[in-house]
Design a protein around this ligand. Structure first.
Ligand SMILES: NC(=O)c1ccc[n+]([C@@H]2O[C@H](COP(=O)([O-])OP(=O)(O)OC[C@H]3O[C@@H](n4cnc5c(N)ncnc54)[C@H](O)[C@@H]3O)[C@@H](O)[C@H]2O)c1
Length: 258
């Protein structure tokens, strides 16, 4: 087959990735742009998003950055309004922003209530606010795709961060409800649920013994990195997944079989 006739599957799409200043979010943005999309990277960390955009632009990719706090309705509304003139159609959104790598492990009876509320506000309310604010542009695109990022920590009941595990559990229900309410608009909504995934960001939430335990429990005997997640995200942003909605994609190297 003549490969020169194959159009990159995300060509012509404008896609938004939140929490894209670092880690897996930045890797999603890179892969989506490599597959032909124009990608808007959103993050609360101004320096991180600027550096990520500079990196990806240096690689020749079509990206732009925006600073926003997904937990803050005014910030999200400002973001949506600032995007509307140049981007009246948004073909996909990955709700990836979360309080995650900064979490300190604690027994649930020691979690500070303010920290609990912060995790819920970013990880749960943030995804809902982003979809709500971008709905006019998502509807205008026709066949838009929303991916909410869950976590298989929910299915393991990983100890030490009950606020995080509880917040991610809400994502699966949010996906189901949104998929039903947006189906008539042709908008699909799915959950990508990573297992433990290494990134360039150091974190001390797993001991070596726990990492060994994860590797033993997985069918594949190595730890995942962000590169193991991005192809599934690209598939879900592409028209190849157009008949799938309300589903969970466990990208875990075979941690649990459901
Ligand atoms: N890395 C893993 O092992 C793993 C496993 C399962 C699920 N996940 C999920 O995948 C996603 C990415 O994980 P990661 O390891 O790259 O996390 P990370 O903590 O390295 O990155 C999170 C990003 O979100 C941004 N962010 C935080 N609060 C924000 C806010 N209020 N508004 C906008 N941006 C905000 C941060 O600035 C950061 O750039 C998260 O949703 C995480 O819960 C990660």
């Amino acid at each position: 087959m003549d490969q020169s006739t194959v159009t990159p599957r995300l060509a012509g799409k404008t896609l938004v990735v939140t929490g894209a200043g670092q880690g897996i979010g930045k890797a999603y943005a890179a892969r989506l742009a490599q597959e032909g999309a124009e990608v808007l990277l959103v993050d609360i960390n101004e320096q991180a998003v600027a550096a990520a955009v500079a990196d990806l632009k240096a690689a020749g990719l079509a990206v732009a950055g925006r600073v926003a706090d997904v937990a803050d309705p005014r910030s999200v509304q400002r973001l949506a309004e600032s995007l509307r003139p140049a981007h009246p159609r948004i073909h996909g959104l990955i709700n990836n922003a979360a309080v995650f790598s900064t979490i300190k492990l604690a027994s649930f009876w020691d979690i500070d209530p303010e920290q609990w509320d912060k995790v819920m506000a970013v990880n749960v309310r943030g995804a809902w606010l982003m979809v709500t604010a971008l709905l006019p542009q998502l509807r205008a695109a026709g066949q838009a795709s929303i991916v909410n990022i869950g976590s298989d920590a929910v299915w393991m009941g990983k100890p030490g961060y009950l606020h995080y595990v509880t917040s991610k559990a809400a994502i699966y229900g949010m996906t189901h409800g949104m998929a039903r309410e947006l189906g008539a608009d042709g908008i699909r909504v799915n959950t990508l649920s990573p297992g433990f995934t290494t990134t360039e960001v150091p974190r001390d939430t797993f001991t070596q013994a726990q990492l060994d335990g994860i590797m033993n429990a997985q069918a594949f005997k190595r730890l995942a990195d962000a590169g193991d997640m991005v192809g599934v995200a690209a598939f879900l942003m592409s028209d190849d997944s157009r008949w799938m909605t309300g589903q969970t994609f466990h990208v875990t190297g075979g941690l649990l079989f459901r």
